[in-house]
Design a protein around this ligand. Structure first.
Ligand code: PXG
Ligand code: PLP
Length: 442
């Protein structure tokens, strides 16, 4: 394949979550992708160790999805879903609902994870208000949580740099649970760490402080992704569920990353056997082929909100121009069919032990101070370089890219979340490359 010359002016695109000046001085540009591989503009094949941004779970350039989108765009490019509809919106919702835990079968469509989070938080407030408990407005997130970049999401989120610049304008009634990261107790845990379930009891202290009657919802990632892969301690999520139920607080699982097979089941909720009241989704919902997100709400929440409106009145004053966009909906239907046909969730489950062994094979590699994993997610935490936090992981990331492997990093943690179509040889190559690179990293 011939490569087009790299465009020589990169200045117009203000890049998201990027060191713009550093990047533009030495850009890394991807030009095409198929299956497990990207191709860079300099013509190299790059093994995708992180499914793009944790989202291309069925692998790149799947013909079935491309065909569904193409066909849809030439048939019905756009249709409003405010007081109107189109059939694929309803079909896509049904397909998503079929994969959710029992009872969470009412689906609100958005265009991203950030929008899903805002939507879920607003639904939580609307639900309590519809029940006559409109004073329940407080939202509880968790330290190190990532819930996207809307004002709602950064307010309940717990990633300090994402909040700092905007700290004067965050939502007013928010508190945070402590995070569960503790290497003294949990370093090199395989799967769920044994220590830390008691950290969920901090919710009781928060409830005692603010009173349950002021709290609408708790939102957590079942497995925290963005912050660097924090797997919940055994029993932790169950405890959160119990405490929320006891106090009438809604539990929201942000499954933007864990959704659609990452842990070997459709959802983390199913994997852990813990059912929240609301689930936020995005990314792999349609293999990231067209922007789309969703919130799965329990029948109770839906019926309470929808039942509270006067006949003929709009029940929830919320929605996006592109909610259930026809092309995104078509892509979701094709993607969810593909997951089932190719049994990709089962594949993730059966590859998980190989993936775990390969990741933990790096426990003695240079700079490594922790390896953690669950399903097809792993994090490798590096000792930070003195006075330069993040520099070591950045160097590893760049060197891996040069060696033909794409990984993610956050701070000094490397993150792995390959497409679920990865094979054993590719898993071996992924971690072997990282080991070789770490040996050369300063
Ligand atoms: N919630 C969670 C749990 C997420 O992981 C969002 C919400 C926001 O989704 P959108 O579609 O608005 O980006 C996310 C997104 C990374 C990385 O590599 C993670 C995300 C996005 C980009 C990069 O850490 N997660
Ligand atoms: N801003 C303006 C001026 C708008 O008219 C709209 C939607 O009509 C929006 C923002 C919201 O856009 P979206 O529905 O794509 O989120």
């Amino acid at each position: 394949m011939t490569s087009r010359p790299v465009i020589d002016d990169l200045s117009s695109f203000w890049m998201p979550f990027t060191a713009n000046r550093q990047f533009k001085a030495a850009p890394r540009l991807l030009e095409s992708a198929k299956g497990m591989y990207y191709r860079s503009t300099d013509g190299r094949e790059i093994l995708d160790g992180c499914a793009g941004l944790w989202c291309v779970n069925a692998g790149h350039g799947r013909d079935e999805i491309v065909a569904a989108i193409t066909q849809q765009l030439s048939t019905l490019d756009f249709a409003p879903t405010f007081q109107m509809g189109h059939p694929l919106a309803f079909e896509a919702a049904k397909k998503v609902a079929e994969l959710m835990p029992e009872g969470l079968d009412r689906i609100f469509f958005t265009n991203s994870g950030s929008e899903s989070v805002d939507t879920a938080l607003k639904i939580a407030l609307a639900y309590h208000r519809a029940r006559g408990e409109g004073q329940r407005t407080r939202l509880i997130g968790r330290e190190r949580g990532y819930h996207g970049v809307g004002f709602g999401g950064i307010s309940v989120g717990g990633i300090a740099p994402n909040r700092k610049t905007f700290s004067g304008a965050l939502l007013p009634a928010v508190d945070h649970l402590p995070h569960t990261h503790n290497l003294e107790h949990n370093a090199f845990s395989k799967g769920q760490p044994a220590w830390g379930a008691h950290l969920a009891e901090e919710l009781e202290r928060i409830v005692a402080l603010h009173d349950a009657s002021t709290i609408a919802a708790v939102i957590v990632e079942p497995v925290a992704g963005s912050t660097g892969v924090l797997v919940p301690p055994q029993g932790y999520l169950q405890k959160l569920r119990e405490i929320c139920t006891k106090h009438g607080i809604l539990l929201i699982f942000d499954e933007v990353i864990t959704g659609f097979g990452r842990l070997g089941k459709a959802t983390a909720s199913e994997h852990f056997g813990v059912t929240p009241d609301l689930i936020t989704l995005a990314k792999a919902i349609n293999n990231a082929s067209i922007p789309m997100g969703a919130v799965a709400a329990s029948r109770t929440i839906h019926d309470t909100v929808v039942g509270s409106g006067a006949p003929g009145a709009i029940e929830l004053f919320h929605g996006y121009t592109y909610s259930a966009h026809p092309a995104a909906a078509a892509a979701a239907i094709a993607t969810l069919d593909l997951y089932r046909r190719d049994q990709l969730f089962e594949r993730a489950a059966s590859l998980a032990p190989t993936f775990e062994a390969a990741a933990h094979g790096l426990r003695d590699a240079k700079h490594v101070k922790d390896v953690r994993n669950l399903g097809l997610v792993a994090g490798i935490e590096l000792e930070s370089r003195d006075g330069a936090p993040g520099a070591r992981a950045y160097e590893a990331f760049v060197k891996c890219f040069e060696a033909g492997v794409l990984i993610r990093f956050t701070g000094d943690i490397l993150a792995f979340s390959p497409p679920l179509i990865i094979d054993e040889e590719q898993i071996a190559r992924l971690f072997r490359t990282v080991g070789e690179v770490l040996a050369t990293v300063q």
